[in-house]
Design a binder for this molecule. Structure first.
Ligand code: 13P
Length: 262
């Protein structure tokens, strides 16, 4: 029996305004109100977080995450948002090291490491994103890249930190391209990550840690991906902007969880 609960997370990226949150949630919640057994996480932009927080306050079904936060506690960091500010709005999950932040905003392995430490200190559940480019995959270096990203990000992590972390395998070539990894490709990489966690932390932590997949997940391919016992969920970008499509993926996660458990 697989003890790991599936996670289905929506990363809205820089889409949907605060006034679009309510209509989205009304449609989405109606679709999923009978669903149980998966962890659903909504990760809107900063400006939409207060509205989402207000609307979800009494709804234990959907948790709130943030796409980014500062590696610093507080102070003269114009334009930054701190972990404490997010906790105040009932944010419990944070993305760390998303490839778009690494690519477009100069987030180095060192910054990713600092943010992961800050996430743990602030009692967030970080979703650490790792993944290789098309060139790296073609050159046969995908696993080497993941190993480096995991080792640098998780350096000095305690067993509790490991256990508290969710890892998202997001191959860069699959993000926003419509070119999703096959269930076999994703499972192979998840298996590799789990083996790495075994050596970096322990067998027990490796058995418990949740490894989710991101990269062009849609209602059409979600079932196939989520059926794999190695894939503990999905981090959904584009398809999560449509509440019905995202609800379909949540339902796929739910049926896959039942199948994997039985
Ligand atoms: P897409 O689902 O749009 O490919 O985005 C994936 C992603 O980056 C989620 O964090």
């Amino acid at each position: 029996m697989n003890p790991r609960k599936k996670i289905i997370a929506a990363n809205w990226k820089m889409n949907l305004t605060s006034s679009e949150v309510q209509p989205y949630l009304e449609t989405f919640l109606l679709e999923v109100n009978h669903i149980d057994g998966v962890d659903v996480i909504l990760i809107p932009s900063f400006t939409s977080i207060p509205k989402a927080s207000e609307l979800l306050e009494k709804n234990p079904k959907v948790r709130l995450g943030a796409q980014n936060f500062s590696a610093h506690d507080k102070g003269a960091f114009t334009g930054e948002v701190s972990a404490r500010m997010l906790r105040d709005l009932f944010v419990r999950y944070v993305l760390v090291g998303h490839s778009e932040r690494r690519q477009h905003f100069g987030e180095t392995d060192q910054i990713v490491h600092q943010k992961l430490r800050m996430a743990h200190r602030s009692e967030f559940r970080p979703i650490l994103c790792v993944g290789e480019t098309q060139e790296e995959r073609k050159a046969g270096k995908a696993k080497q890249v993941l190993e480096h990203q995991l080792k640098t990000a998780l350096a000095d992590s305690s067993p509790e930190d490991f256990a508290n972390t969710i890892i998202a395998y997001e191959p860069i070539w699959a993000i926003g391209t419509g070119c999703t990894a096959t269930a076999e490709q994703a499972s192979e990489m998840h298996h590799f990550i789990r083996e790495m966690i075994k050596s970096l932390a322990s067998k027990e932590v490796a058995a418990k840690i949740r490894l989710i997949y991101g990269g062009s997940v849609t209602p059409a391919n979600a079932c196939e991906l989520l059926k794999s016992p190695d894939i503990d969920g999905a981090l959904v970008g584009g398809a999560s902007l449509d509440p019905r499509a995202f609800a379909e993926i949540v339902k796929a996660g739910c049926s896959a969880a039942v199948e994997v458990r039985s």
